[in-house]
Ligand binder design. Sequence first.
Ligand code: SAM
Ligand code: SF4
Length: 325
Amino acid sequence: MPLIDRYKRSIEYLRISVTDRCNLRCIYCMPYDIRPVEYKSILTYEEIVRVVRIAARLGVRKIRLTGGEPLARKNIQFLIKEISNIKGIDEITLTTNGVLLERYAEELKEAGLSRVNVSLDSLSPEKYREITGGGSVETVLRGIEKAYQLGLKPIRLNVVIIRGLNDDEIEDFALLTRHRDYHVRFIEFMPGRGNNWTVDKCVSAKEIRGRLNRLGVLQPLPFRKRESARYYRLPDGKGVIGFISAVTDHFCEHCNRLRITSDGKIRPCLFSETEIDLKTPLRNKAPDEEIERLLRLAVQLKPEGHRIGIEPGHHINRPMSKIGG
Ligand code: SAM
Ligand code: SF4
């Protein structure tokens, strides 16, 4: 029996956070007082592979590895290779800050990675450094170029826009799609623990779209149900521009995913307060049937939708780096 929730959504996508550690410290993601999960609490590659094998039998087709920074975990290529050998998995993708992409892109591709999402919130070296707590945008751009040349496509660039910080770069990011088939995706700034979110700092997808009309009328592309973004194209654009309106216009009715945190908790929804412990049964050598039962339970606990942006005071209860975005 495939994984279908109470609202008839079919769950085919697992986002797995392989570490909560990161080589950057983005101001909207990682609060300064954050304590990393103890190493011994982080799921091993063998444990992750076992969960994916069971999930694949239940109809999961797509795996995204995230973090923290997934490329900062040692030998992630091994995990990708193991997952790519699992029957039923059609696609393995990775969300990365791109710092180590130039170094690892080739090995990632060889291991079976389908494509990458790279988070990039400024094209200005100074501002990038400010947002990320010291990162080098030049390094990330070289990583993106390498991934592009290797055909890890389409390359998606995730841009979180924060008013007064990087909203002056909206047009520059959109223009990246003019000559290259990049997917530039604007993500609404979400409220998370310790990230000083306020409603006025969040620039809505609608506002960003409006601002881009200065570059020409955006052409809407057909909406694909499994996507969390709505896509458009500049009149003369090779690539596409996406909008992830997690705060102002929820796409919960098409949600097809479950998340697993680096310390082995299943999160039915990014915004859930509820988590289901997988790590303990995995370490107690629970049979596959028990792991399957817990995955099914998480699917049944998926809420119909979330309240972020609707009711004041709602925010994500763990820092994003601990969930994987
Ligand atoms: N380190 C990797 C990276 O930065 O791509 C993967 C983990 S990061 C938590 C995953 C995604 O979550 C990134 O695209 C990041 O921009 C996004 N993210 C983190 N905090 C966010 C927030 N408060 N609002 C919106 N997106 C956020
Ligand atoms: Fe690290 Fe990614 Fe969070 Fe930035 S967004 S601090 S790169 S986990």
